[in-house]
Design a protein around this ligand. Structure first.
Ligand SMILES: Cc1ncc(COP(=O)(O)O)c(C=O)c1O
Length: 365
């Protein structure tokens, strides 16, 4: 009864963790990939006003012009990117779904960093493509030298996610330029997932879109505005790709939520500095608490650490953490390896301190 393509999707890793989490009482939860602060008041007010002013109907498929224009200007001003086309999507997840459906043919090879955000691999498989993993251990840097040996005649797409989930690591400008050169040589399309670009603690974020015109930038508001439930994202890049994605959006998502589009359009200039610096503090707290007991990289962005497990496999280690009421994610959810685990520090300082204590007690078996 179920279509064969569904056999390409597997949710076992993450489901196992959440099944275990159901049984925990008041867990120290360092598993969540969403900010712990509330939506800034101005943004909430704009959403409420939009609903009360009757903005509850469909918008045009590609999204409202004031938001698209505002984003085009911001991409130009803040990232030096001149996007030919732009559309508003239902989150970056919506944009990823449309992009993969529009771009991946059966047997196309899609280069994906290992480790990486879970959806890339599954969407590539779902479209009949072949995920090809670019190992980035132990420092999680995506480099041209690491990508190059994986390029074949079938390679079509390279995924970049900087700052990255699950590692927090950023791609430096020098690396981006080399990757752009490699992509140009092999005529690859780059999908650059920039959803964590605001969480950039050393002001080192740069977009590959500046250096390579065949880049599709995906970005959104879930993480920056703490509105994961609003489903707001966008895709910007070559007009020929965006127009196909709009065509498909017409028959699938139809449009991104209309009150959220208006609220976000009027909030583009809101200052997030206080939120971001509080996350930098959380990163430092977590790093200082764990650096003597764990092998971990101090990342420049996002809100994750991806430490090595001190003993056993990732699943064994995470099970032991759960026994101690700490919820973290086994690295194999994001990776072909079973050697690391993901911590999210999008939590209160008190929760982080409790997490550090438990992790330190777990570092010795
Ligand atoms: C790297 C990355 N891309 C995309 C998404 C999806 O975000 P959205 O809420 O915009 O669908 C996430 C969410 O965790 C993510 O970590």
């Amino acid at each position: 009864m179920i279509a064969r393509r569904m056999s390409q999707l597997d949710s076992s890793g993450i489901r196992k963790v959440f099944d275990l989490a159901q049984k925990m009482q008041n867990p120290v939860n360092l598993s969540i990939g969403q900010p712990d602060f509330d939506v800034p008041e101005e943004i909430k007010t704009e959403a409420i006003k939009a609903i009360q002013n009757g903005i509850n109907k469909y918008t045009v498929t590609q999204g409202i012009p004031e938001l698209r224009d505002g984003l085009i200007k911001r991409l130009q001003k803040e990232r030096g990117v001149n996007a030919e086309g732009i559309m508003i999507t239902s989150g970056v997840s919506g944009a990823l779904t449309l992009a993969f459906m529009v771009l991946v043919n059966p047997d196309d090879e899609v280069l994906i960093p290992d480790p990486a955000f879970v959806s890339y691999k599954h969407l590539a498989n779902f479209c009949g493509g072949k995920p090809v993993f670019v190992d980035t251990y132990p420092d999680f840097q995506l480099t041209a030298a690491r990508i190059q040996p994986h390029i074949t005649k079938k390679t079509r797409i390279l995924i970049i996610n900087s700052p990255a989930n699950p590692t927090g690591v950023l791609c430096a400008t020098r690396e981006l330029k080399e990757i752009a050169e490699l992509a140009r040589k092999h005529n690859l399309l780059i999908i650059s997932d920039e959803i964590y670009h605001d969480y950039d603690y050393n002001h080192a974020f740069d977009s590959i879109g500046r250096y390579y015109e065949k880049t599709l930038i995906l970005d959104g508001f879930s993480k920056s505005f703490a509105v994961t439930g609003w489903r707001m994202g966008y895709a910007a890049g070559p007009a020929s790709i965006i127009s196909e994605m709009i065509k498909l959006q017409q028959y699938t998502f139809v449009c991104a939520p209309s009150p959220a589009q208006y609220a976000v359009a009027r909030s583009l200039d809101i200052d997030l500095d206080n939120y971001i610096s509080s996350y930098k503090k959380k990163r430092d707290l977590m790093y200082d608490g764990l650096k003597d007991t764990y092998h971990l990289i101090k990342p420049g962005g996002a809100f994750y650490f991806f430490p090595q497990v001190p003993w056993g496999t990732d699943e064994k280690f995470v099970s032991a953490a759960i026994q101690k009421n700490l919820l973290i994610i086994p690295g194999s959810v994001f990776s072909e390896r079973q050697t690391h685990f993901r911590i999210s520090y999008a939590a209160s300082e008190e929760t982080l301190k409790r997490g550090i204590d438990i992790l330190n007690s777990l570092s010795r078996q």
